[in-house]
Design a protein around this ligand. Structure first.
Ligand SMILES: [Zn+2]
Ligand SMILES: [Zn+2]
Ligand SMILES: [Zn+2]
Length: 660
């Protein structure tokens, strides 16, 4: 737990890290366009953090947790900064004291053990924007921590080079503004330590990657478990993105990418024939290095951050933040029930379902009104959703089904609400929800009801019935705003696709509950003539803008649970095939085909690849395959697999995903 933490501050932390949205944070960092994958980059060089691009409406970077700013650099090489291939070299490094050990609590259960020394964990915020001014005197435009340092600093210290501020900050304190790197507005966020964290979830040897070679390239075989070249064209960004979900749990010990000593360190990625290019590349890259300077400026860091050559442990920043939040929640005894008194809508299986008001701790049905949606307890009103209960209620004409006027119920997917909010933030302007959910009172059979959706089809209306579609337009209607809304919706859709679809959705294993659906894609469309113009960036006329409404729909992916079992533990078959009610095996010899046939009555037939016979009759599997010298059957029901197995227990497995 954090040392000397103020509980109020921690409570406010949820304003910045809302862990109900953890999956959304992961997805936003695992994006093709930000190329910041943890713990390796697409060329298999070490990359110790993730990349985050804040919304254009708020460029501020806040402290992820309370601690002490122990190193910073607020300047850099100007030519490298303005070079679009490179960018900002400014950073802030915060040290956090985290008490990870627990002890028996005389009152029952366990509690944090504060008598064991804490772990020193560091968060890094790289690529901060120019602070402005000459950094020589306090300025109301500077973050408070920097003004504090300016007022107390030792003479002669230059904040343009690496310095040791030693200023305490609380979770959520403003550190600086997001700068740029490689043509993108982004922050590189990283969590590191010198000592290895071995508490859960980092107590599993399968996620422990250890490379003491001191090179920038990952050559550890263990990483192959996670990242495989899917297209047999070498490892590339897509392969790493596919592995990103599994890599969230990884910890890796390797040389910090900020601790390279000279151009020779680049040899693994820019080999010798290209030595001139290597020197040129290094002439810019060297300005981003900071570890050795920090070790000189801040003596404590030699014992706490890394060894003299910059070897340190790296953790996925969001996995670490989740871990710390759990520690805090347990210490506060808040694990069991989240506070719902501040919410005004109920959630069920990821859908907003009922509008409620709390009075005396009891939730009473409420009407669809203009109160901003608060599906989670949010401590700051500004962090509530900008869309209202009326926005997501059925907007079809009365009568509704159930016949409540006004509606107190709806069905609206939570991810779609996040999509709307992301589009609004991206657009940096208000968005009007023209149509959202339609209740069962508006049958899809009538053309009048179909026309409620801008696309006017049975299929599109169906999406509104199931809470997966919304029709939107900009609040200020003009050709420019319509185009901007279209572009924003496509961008948000691309972000979803770049993350969710690559990961293939949530696991659906029966041992992890039941089949679940996850978001696969966002489809954005409108009526054909307008869609063509918007796609081609051809300016709309004012009249067209007046009719421009976009239909958004989420595509869900469901991964079904399958059951597998042994149908034969030993076979000499070289191939097996499911035929009508049976399994046919192919064998190298006639004798083998005869020996393994289900009964002497089964025919043995010669085929180009050998000899075949029916080896199992009356098989209700949906697939069969050879595995480990035996035959495995795949079933859609556990009971069928248990009935037809020949040994052991049937085991659950993921089937092929369905899209809808
Ligand atoms: Zn990075
Ligand atoms: Zn209705
Ligand atoms: Zn629609």
């Amino acid at each position: 737990l954090f040392h000397d933490i103020s509980l109020n501050t921690l409570h406010e932390t949820t304003s910045y890290f809302n862990f109900d949205h953890l999956e959304w944070y992961y997805a936003n960092a695992e994006r093709r366009d930000l190329f910041g994958t943890f713990p390796i980059s697409f060329n298999l060089s070490w990359h110790g953090g993730v990349h985050l691009s804040p919304p254009a409406s708020n460029n501020k970077v806040y402290a992820a947790a309370s601690g002490t700013i122990v190193a910073a650099r607020l300047g850099g090489d100007h030519a490298t900064e303005v070079d679009p291939q490179w960018g900002s070299q400014r950073f802030v490094l915060i040290r956090h004291c985290v008490y990870t050990q627990t002890e028996h609590n005389p009152g029952g259960g366990t509690r944090t053990n504060y008598t064991v020394a804490p772990e020193y964990i560091f968060t890094l915020y790289m690529h901060l924007a120019d602070f402005g001014g000459n950094l020589g005197a306090p300025d109301p435009g500077y973050p408070p921590w920097f003004n504090y340092w300016l007022r107390h600093r030792a003479p002669g210290v230059n904040p343009s080079a690496v310095f040791c501020p030693n200023v305490e900050v609380a979770a959520g304190d403003w550190l600086g503004e997001c700068g740029t790197y490689f043509r993108q507005r982004m922050i590189h966020f990283e969590v590191v330590s010198r000592n290895e964290l071995t508490v859960s979830p980092w107590d599993d040897p399968r996620v422990r990657i250890h490379d003491d070679s001191g090179t920038m390239l990952c050559t550890v075989p263990l990483i192959d478990r996670f990242v495989r070249g899917q297209l047999h064209d070498g490892i590339d960004l897509l392969d790493v993105l596919r592995a990103a979900r599994d890599l969230r749990q990884v910890k890796s010990y390797n040389k910090s990418e900020w601790a390279l000593a000279n151009a020779d360190a680049l040899k693994p990625v820019i080999p010798d024939p290209l030595s001139a290019y290597r020197e040129h590349y290094w002439s810019s890259l060297r300005h981003f290095m900071w570890v050795s300077e920090a070790l000189r400026a801040c003596p404590d860091l030699s014992a706490q951050l890394c060894d003299a050559t910059g070897m340190m442990w790296h953790y996925h920043p969001f996995t670490f933040m989740k871990f710390v939040n759990q520690l805090v929640a347990e210490e506060n005894g808040q694990v069991s029930e989240p506070d719902t008194a501040n919410t005004n809508v109920s959630l069920e299986n990821g859908y907003l379902t009922d509008f409620v008001n709390f009075a005396g701790g009891v939730a009473a049905p409420a009407a669809a009104d203009n109160h901003p949606l608060r599906p989670f307890d949010v401590s700051v009103a500004a962090n509530a959703y900008h869309f209202t209960r009326a926005d997501i209620a059925c907007s079809g004409p009365a009568p509704h089904n159930p016949g409540l006027a006004p509606p107190t119920k709806t069905l609206f997917n939570m991810s779609l609400l996040d999509v709307l909010e992301s589009i609004r933030i991206q657009l940096n302007a208000s968005v009007i929800v023209v149509r959202s959910h339609f209740c069962a009172g508006h049958s899809a059979d009538t053309p009048a009801n179909q026309a409620l959706c801008i696309l006017g089809t049975v299929a599109s209306l169906q999406k509104h019935f199931t809470g997966l579609a919304a029709d939107i337009r900009p609040a200020a209607v003009n050709p420019h705003s319509c185009q901007a809304l279209w572009d924003a919706a496509l961008l948000v859709g691309g972000q979803l696709r770049g993350s969710c679809s690559l990961h293939g959705g949530e696991p659906s294993r029966a041992d992890l509950d039941a089949t679940v659906s996850s978001v696969h894609d966002l489809r954005v469309s409108t009526l054909p003539p307008l869609q063509t113009k918007l796609t081609n960036h051809t300016a709309l006329t004012a009249a067209e803008a007046n009719t421009c409404i976009l239909h958004l729909e989420l595509i869900l992916e469901t991964t079904p649970v399958r059951w597998e079992c042994w149908l034969r533990t030993h076979t000499r078959a070289t191939a097996v095939e499911l035929v009508f009610l049976g399994v046919v095996g192919t064998f190298a010899s006639k004798a083998d085909a005869e020996a393994e046939r289900a009964s002497p009555a089964e025919l043995v037939t010669q085929v180009p690849s050998g000899w075949t016979s029916t080896v199992i009759t009356n098989c209700s599997a949906i697939r069969v395959r050879l595995q480990g010298g035996g035959i495995v059957g795949v079933y859609d029901q556990q009971v069928r697999a248990e009935e037809e197995k020949v040994a052991g227990n049937a085991w659950p497995a993921e089937g092929q995903p369905d899209l809808n």
